[in-house]
Design a protein around this ligand. Structure first.
Ligand code: ADP
Ligand code: MG
Ligand code: ZN
Length: 483
């Protein structure tokens, strides 16, 4: 196979987290009984009038700021006409020429052949539109049914320039978009619930070509894995065609997850096939400078800002990146610091123990059985030697599996270290009496045996004194013997 340069552009649809739909007051919540969340407006009855949801518009603008876009102060909604049973009006309200946001830039970092790389992906536009309904194909009775609950759910469509060069870059980019949208709080980006979906546009070119090749568009990918596999498959498929001197056909394809391949769905339609025209029922959007300043000012702390904050608190960059790259993890981290402000120690526990168990699939960040207060407490208890480091992990295991307060677990399981100096001295005396040879070695200057003696004392005192106290007392005692 000759080597071609992949040229990839993505169109990402992401559901906005508004309470109600974008042009009516129906609930926008996921689920619900079939057709229980629709009204004359979103089910397309003639004569009804859509009213735009201001929160949806602001969320789209927030997403624009998060992705480095400019905001169009004047923006228009258009009708995109096509006939399909999941679209009761026979048009989708969308935006063509004057979308809310344009010209963004999203930096990504990824690894290729073991080398760390970074790149900026340009965003062409972000527009606001409505989702369509859902068709349920009942094979048993040979009918198809329509559920309109999703009709009118607000979506943003993020369109990139064709700047993406590989499956790995695409995967990182989609992950980054999901992260940024989660941080600004406009979308939860749950792939498995379809709240973020992606169309992949891909063509190949030779290094000497001056123009892009013909692209295929693969619709409606709903997982990072399927995006990755689609691109890998298309690169092979298109390379083979070009190697044989054949042409890539401009078309829309579908990805089959079971086979890991793409198949022709329909020939690609052009914008004029949709007979777009401005929707006469919907007010055009006019932002004042104050509107935009207010929305921009409402953006929360973003991942790169948190990263800086963590690094300046003394956390290693690679650890800080791991924490920041999950909004939930980063929120837990910050909430923990509010109770126990020891960033390095908390970061160590998060990276060492929490991440280890998340990666093993033992802990799910979406469903934690413990609070940030409890998490802070168990780390603090280990740091202040109220429990041993090993026992802290054990307490954390129980907290994360069954819940419960770390103090109570420690007490119930006899893990609390209560230092009783009388007991420590007693144990030291016993160890000294039983290890005459080692003690003599120490007294005659061979201080290496200290570790051995310390070990014997710790064993005798297991759990009832901190290593620090044992060490201090043992040292004192041995020095007194040296005289
Ligand atoms: P359409 O309206 O037909 O969907 P757009 O011009 O809006 O087309 O582009 C859709 C996506 O396809 C964009 O992400 C764009 O970057 C990408 N794209 C355009 N041309 C090519 C090409 N030749 N190869 C790969 N991707 C492309
Ligand atoms: Mg398209
Ligand atoms: Zn409705």
């Amino acid at each position: 196979m000759s080597s071609y340069i992949p040229v990839i552009g993505l169109e990402i649809h992401s559901e906005l987290l508004t309470k109600s739909k974008v042009f009516c007051t129906c609930s926008a919540e996921f689920g619900g009984d079939k057709n229980s969340r629709c009204c004359p407006v979103c089910s397309g009855m003639p004569g009804t009038l859509p009213i735009i949801n201001q929160t949806a518009v602001e969320y789209a603008v927030k997403a624009g700021y998060a992705l480095g876009c400019s905001i169009n102060k004047f923006s228009v909604f258009d009708r995109k006409n096509y006939f399909y049973p999941d679209l009761p009006k026979a048009y989708q309200i969308s935006q063509l020429n004057l979308p809310l946001c344009i010209n963004g830039l999203v930096p990504i970092e990824y690894e290729e052949d073991g080398v760390k790389k970074s790149k900026n992906i340009r965003i062409n536009r972000i527009h606001l539109e409505e989702d369509a309904g859902k068709l349920i194909h009942d094979d048993l009775n040979g009918v198809s049914l329509a559920d309109y609950n999703r009709c009118g759910i607000p979506l943003i469509e993020i369109v990139t320039e064709p700047d993406i060069g590989s499956a790995e870059e695409a995967r990182c980019f989609v992950e980054k978009i999901a992260l940024l949208l989660q941080y600004v709080g406009v979308s939860d980006c749950k792939m498995e619930q379809g709240s973020i979906r992606c169309d992949v546009n891909i063509s190949l070119m030779k290094p000497t070509d001056t123009e892009f090749g013909t692209r295929a568009e693969i619709k409606n990918l709903n997982s990072l894995k399927s995006i990755y596999r689609t691109i890998e498959f298309e690169i092979k498929r298109q390379s083979r065609l070009l190697d044989r001197g054949e042409r890539v056909v401009q078309e829309t394809r579908r990805y089959d997850d079971n086979k890991g391949e793409t198949r022709t769905m329909r020939s690609k339609e052009d914008a004029h096939d949709y007979k777009y025209f401005p929707d006469p029922d919907i007010l055009q959007v006019n932002f004042t400078d104050e509107d935009l300043a207010r929305i921009k000012g409402s953006l929360p702390e973003m991942p790169y800002q948190r990263l800086e904050r963590y690094i300046s608190a003394g956390i290693q960059e690679k650890d800080a990146k791991i924490i920041v790259n999950s909004k939930r993890l980063s929120d837990l981290f910050d909430d923990t610091l509010k109770v126990y402000n020891n960033p390095k120690s908390v970061a160590n526990f998060v990276i060492g123990e929490l991440m280890r168990r998340i990666n093993l699939g033992e802990i799910d960040l979406e469903k934690l059985n413990f609070t940030a207060e409890e998490f802070a407490k168990v780390i603090e208890m280990a740091d202040t030697e109220k429990v041993s480091k090993g026992d802290a992990k054990e307490i954390f295991r129980e907290m994360s599996e069954k819940g419960g307060s770390p103090e109570e677990i420690a007490k119930a399981r006899g893990m609390l270290i209560v230092t009783d100096t009388g007991k420590v001295l007693e144990a030291i005396d016993e160890v000294i009496a039983a290890n005459e040879k080692a003690v003599n070695q120490y007294v005659s200057g061979d201080v290496k045996v200290f570790g051995f003696l310390m070990g014997q004392c710790s064993k005798a005192l297991r759990g009832s004194a901190t290593p620090k106290v044992i060490k201090e007392e043992l040292e004192k005692k041995l020095k007194s013997l040296v005289g």
